[in-house]
Write a new protein. Structure first.
Length: 118
């Protein structure tokens, strides 16, 4: 079956960095747009960043210049490098896989908590 397993969350001070990883299995990785979403308490889940199989990326405005999404198609893994973290980045971060041709095929990871606090 399809599995998206996230890792790398934790507690970090403002201005610090974290790197999230998401290992995918059970899918043809190169056929999927991979993304990171986040959901803070009391807020809707939002797309943070996405990367297509050809490497094209997009970001929500609030993380541009601070976060970098990348993927390793050989390892079936997507990463989110988060720098200059702010308290407002605190949320549960979810890995997402969406098929490029059949968008109804969407999968989610279990989520990993990121807390930015002094």
């Amino acid at each position: 079956q399809v599995q998206l397993v996230e890792s790398g969350g934790g507690l970090v001070q403002p201005g610090g960095s974290l790197r999230l990883s998401c290992a995918a299995s059970g899918i043809i990785f190169s056929s999927y747009v991979m993304g990171w979403y986040r959901q803070a308490p009391g807020k809707q889940r939002e797309l943070v960043a996405a990367v297509h199989s050809d490497g094209i990326t997009n970001y929500v405005d609030s993380v541009k210049g601070r976060f970098t999404i990348s993927r390793d198609n050989a390892k079936n893994t997507v990463y989110l490098q988060m720098n200059s973290l702010k308290p407002e980045d605190t949320a549960v971060y979810y890995c997402n896989a969406r098929h490029t041709v059949f968008p109804a095929y969407v999968y989610w990871g279990q989520g990993t908590q990121v807390t930015v606090s002094s």
